[in-house]
Design a protein around this ligand. Sequence first.
Ligand SMILES: CC(C)(COP(=O)(O)OP(=O)(O)OC[C@H]1O[C@@H](n2cnc3c(N)ncnc32)[C@H](O)[C@@H]1OP(=O)(O)O)[C@@H](O)C(=O)NCCC(=O)NCCS
Length: 293
Amino acid sequence: MLIREPRLADEAAVRKLLGRVEFTGPDDAEEIACLAARNHRLDPACGVRGAWVAEARRGDVVAVVAAAPPLGWVGSIKYMSPEHRSWVVNQVVDIEALSVAPEAGGRRLGHRLIERASAYYRGLGYRLMMGTFTTSSPFLTAYYRQAGFTVLEPGESIVIYDPLGMALHRPSAPHVVQGWKALHPDVAVVDTYLPDGTPIKLITEVLVPQDGEPEAVLNDDGTLTLKKDGASHTFEAETADKMRQMFQTPVTQQEVAAIAEEAARYGIEPVVAARLRKASGYSLRELVGTYSH
Ligand SMILES: CC(C)(COP(=O)(O)OP(=O)(O)OC[C@H]1O[C@@H](n2cnc3c(N)ncnc32)[C@H](O)[C@@H]1OP(=O)(O)O)[C@@H](O)C(=O)NCCC(=O)NCCS
């Protein structure tokens, strides 16, 4: 069995395979088949699409997997800046569809396709793969677990720790089951609580600074050195302390939403604005006024 990227001539076969998938979102077989067969590339700011097919010895395409960054979900989170969205969709990818023809079934071909997709995205620096299915196919729980996924309860949200906004929740409908798979060894789960006391499992080390980010070193005397491309800048201890305090101040989505409009006026990222406000105790106006002197 040959696993390769799709070609234009595969479109009809891919469409037929995808016709067997019960989609959980607005995606549909026609559109995904069309994008997959054309190896459609997204703007890099939107992350990377990928698709692979399995070709049997006779040349028939008998299985397909299609993966894409979760653009719809990330786009629905109102407080995110375009840069923040771009950061997420370059580290988190979704399995949009997986299908194996009945005549090729029984050999876990789907697992091989998921493995191919995982290796590709891992190589690109992606850290988390997500997948969804409906409760009408309960066997998929065991199937995805065997493929290395942590499968949640029906209706349970995926919650990813976001250093810029505390947590990103991907909700799911009651009949939808979500699962996730780490593509990086550092990805871990932390048991914690929402501000209202609800326990949640937070997936951490998914959203991390990319190669282009400066390296931050906290020195013994409390000063903070940021280094990038051979250049470095050291902040005095008091400033470093304030920065640390700000970044350690958790903010809720409500706090971010409440400040979003004002933050936009000053050109400040809403999450950062909410943290600044909370950590300092000052209003944005007072803070901006202070900094502009
Ligand atoms: C899910 C799917 C890709 C698995 O194909 P595969 O990799 O070839 O897997 P296998 O055929 O080797 O089967 C895996 C297991 O699932 C079971 N299974 C497969 N289809 C099943 C069905 N319709 N009902 C119940 N169990 C089923 C198999 O019996 C096997 O069980 P086992 O662990 O006891 O041996 C394939 O069944 C399919 O294309 N289904 C329709 C589309 C779909 O649901 N896609 C997944 C969501 S995007």
